[in-house]
Design a protein around this ligand. Structure first.
Ligand code: IVH
Length: 674
């Protein structure tokens, strides 16, 4: 034997060793869910095997763990005849129906006692896997029960499906199971699809079915599919006498069998098992839509036989449904307490899990667009556990072409004010402080401690004033009359006087508090203070443009946009007028805009700055009260020079104007912005 062939044997030996190791760790990780080595160590083994196979391609076999990445796309799927028909299941929707099923078969079995196996009914799709000579040769869908589609290439990519089984396995046998996608995998997949602008899957089952029926198995390989095997199909040779032992046997061959399967000797235990899962299923990592109950002994199964496509020896005891399909009649918009416009679905009434649904959440405009939900669509609605019912997806295949796209109304459906949706935000909002939908919250905020601090008006009083129609907005607080207040619940002469005194006193709050009290979105107490200081009066603030606002340190475009939208709204200006007429102070006490640190200074910026573009430098100068020019004149007080300044520097020197380099300039800004 030459050296080369010894080498070759060594390579072959190492390849085999690696495959065995990797298969073992695959099994620990994907089937048993109890890995023994780290991902890094596993990757190292895979890499070594991949490199050896690359160097010796003739040693690659279809069973090699490297061969799970998908193969070239196909035009269509071939047809596979099932060795034994793939049956479906009858259903039981209540414990009475389960009992009826049990009674019927007990009768047929001459009241002989029989054990039952209860399994979770996975919500995925049924597949049949055929093994010959220890290797996976065919994987097929259920199809019509007799003939399915050949999706072998796709199923090979599922790590928990063994490509090879121990030598002790029958020469030919077929197993059946449910391919599924975990809830987590489904969520991730839809997130990726949303990002890529692709249509979303309605539920994990659709996602699993779509993934398994890909013509390009490389796409399937990227989907986190999994499988639970729940039975044997055709077998060449012996099979165990019971279903339970079959499941144990399948486990021993390396198949993934659901650990929650249970063997029971009476129906009461099955009922308990079912109840437990009704409560627990929310926490399962995958979706299950019921419990499959099966007669354990095959001999009894045979005696019971099959009617049509449904075996008498098994039934699906269904969980209360969480999804249903119905028509989306219209999309309504409600206004939340904080001014958000919330679209909701108006549905043709439909039963979901024992409750009639007429409405369901649609979250926001983007969500509607992402899911491509149109008015008039048939839609899948979902009601699960404690969660608010929601529209999950349209059934696009049922469209007639008459469906309409939803657009957010440009005016508030409650008060008619402008609706804005700031960039980067999911929710559209009503901009009016007198919107009846929001006024409760706004009044509460207006009178609160950090705002106008009007003692004597708490949540209850605010509600009472609104309900008695004594106020419609916060401006009305200042025209409250004693005689109207007396006689209201818990409003004696004394408390009315106190209340009016507190209102009167609040007229002297600082401008920053008044600005804050208005409840302008994104304007908190701190921002209100900065605005008050910078603009000096409500009037000047109300006339500020977005540009002028963003020039103020710490005021970003989001805040600026919100302020401009607020003052644009006529109803808001009216409220401010009411405050003004009542004598609420709308001017700052001291700080006038002329007293800003750079007031009276004129800057020219030249050359390239490193810290930020020139436009920002200029905005910040203005923010500190300075002005900016484009050429150096006698009026210029500072020249800021970046890199490659050019002739302006010479001119400034000629005129004896102060020159600042970037570092000095930044220091000046920092000082001023303190
Ligand atoms: S046994 C004759 N066991 O439910 C029995 N089916 O409507 C055939 N399924 O097509 C199926 N989990 O896709 C069985 N533990 C389980 C199951 C299960 C899910 C699906 C399967 C089948 C359908 C029956």
């Amino acid at each position: 034997m030459g050296v080369r062939s010894v080498d070759r044997d060594a390579v072959r030996g190492r390849i085999e060793e690696l495959r065995e190791l990797i298969n073992h760790h695959n099994y620990r990780y994907y089937v048993l869910d109890t890995p023994e080595i780290s991902d890094d160590e596993y990757d190292k083994l895979m890499r070594e095997l991949g490199q050896l196979e690359e160097k010796h391609p003739h040693l690659i076999t279809p069973e090699s763990p490297t061969q799970r990445v998908g193969a070239a796309p196909v035009e269509t799927f071939g047809v596979v005849e099932h060795g034994e028909p793939m049956l479906s299941l009858g259903n039981a929707f209540s414990s009475e129906e389960l009992l009826a099923w049990h009674k019927r078969i007990s009768g047929l079995l001459g009241d002989e006692h029989f054990d039952l196996v209860a399994e979770l009914k996975m919500d995925g799709l049924a597949v049949a896997l055929t093994y010959e000579g220890g290797r996976l040769v065919t994987g097929a869908t259920r199809g019509d029960g007799f003939r399915g589609e050949d999706i072998t290439q796709n199923l090979r990519t599922i790590r928990s499906i063994p490509l090879a089984v121990p030598k002790s396995a029958p020469r030919m046998f077929e197993v059946r199971g449910e391919v599924y996608l975990s809830k987590e995998g489904f969520k991730r997949l839809n997130e990726e699809r949303a990002k890529a602008g692709q249509p979303l899957f309605a539920n994990p089952r659709n996602a699993a079915a779509g993934s398994v029926r890909q013509l390009d198995s490389r796409i399937t390989a990227m989907r986190p599919l999994d499988i639970y095997i729940y039975g044997l199909g055709r077998v060449e040779g012996e099979r165990p006498p019971t279903h339970w032992e079959t499941l144990e046997y399948l486990k021993s061959l390396g198949f993934k069998v659901n650990p929650s399967n249970s063997l029971f000797s009476d129906l009461g235990e099955v009922e308990d098992y079912y109840q437990r899962w009704v409560e627990e299923r929310e926490h399962l990592p995958f979706e299950a839509d019921g419990v499959v109950v099966k007669v354990n002994r095959f001999e009894l199964q045979e005696r019971l036989g099959v009617v049509g496509r449904e075996p008498r020896w098994a039934t699906a005891y269904k969980f209360p449904a969480t999804q249903a399909t119905t028509r989306l009649l219209d999309i309504g918009v409600s206004v939340g307490r904080t001014g958000t416009l919330n679209p909701y679905a108006i549905l043709e009434p439909v039963q979901v899990g024992g409750v009639t649904l007429k409405r369901a959440a649609l979250h926001n405009e983007d969500d509607i667009r992402r899911k491509d939900i149109r008015i008039g669509d048939m839609v899948i609605v979902q009601r699960a556990g404690e969660v608010i019912p929601e529209v999950v997806a349209p059934v696009a295949s049922l469209r007639t072409g008459k469906e309409k796209f939803f657009v957010m109304p440009p005016r508030c459906p409650v008060c008619g004010a402008d609706v804005v949706r700031p960039e980067g935000e999911a929710m559209a909002r009503c901009t009016s402080v007198s919107c009846p939908a929001q006024v409760h919250e706004l009044v509460k905020h207006f009178v609160s401690r950090g705002a106008m601090d009007i003692e004597g008006i708490g949540e209850k009083q605010a509600n009472a004033l609104l309900e008695a129609d004594l106020i419609k907005d916060v401006g009305d607080l200042y025209s409250l009359q004693k005689d109207k207040l007396i006689g209201m619940e818990r409003m004696a002469e004394k408390s009315v006087s106190n209340l009016l005194a507190a209102i009167e006193e609040s007229k002297d709050r600082s401008l920053s508090r008044v600005i804050f009290a208005l409840g302008i979105r994104h304007v908190g107490a701190e921002t209100a203070e900065i605005l008050a200081k910078h603009f000096g009066s409500m009037d000047r603030l109300s006339r500020a443009t977005e540009e002028e606002l963003t020039a103020v340190p710490t005021i970003g475009p989001k805040i600026a946009e919100s302020i401009v939208a607020f003052f644009k709204q006529a109803s808001n200006r009216k409220v401010i007028d009411k405050l003004r007429r009542a004598g609420v102070r709308l001017e700052a006490e001291v700080a006038e805009p002329t007293e800003l640190p750079l007031s009276g200074e004129e800057f020219v910026v030249t050359g390239k700055l490193e810290a930020f573009p020139r436009s920002e430098a200029e905005a910040r100068i203005k923010g500190l009260g300075g002005s900016t020019g484009s050429s150096v004149t006698k009026k210029t007080t500072f020249l800021v020079v970046g890199a490659d300044p050019g002739s302006k520097l010479d001119r400034a020197r000629e005129l004896g104007i102060r020159v600042l380099n970037e570092e000095e300039f930044l220091r000046l800004l920092r000082e001023g912005e303190k």
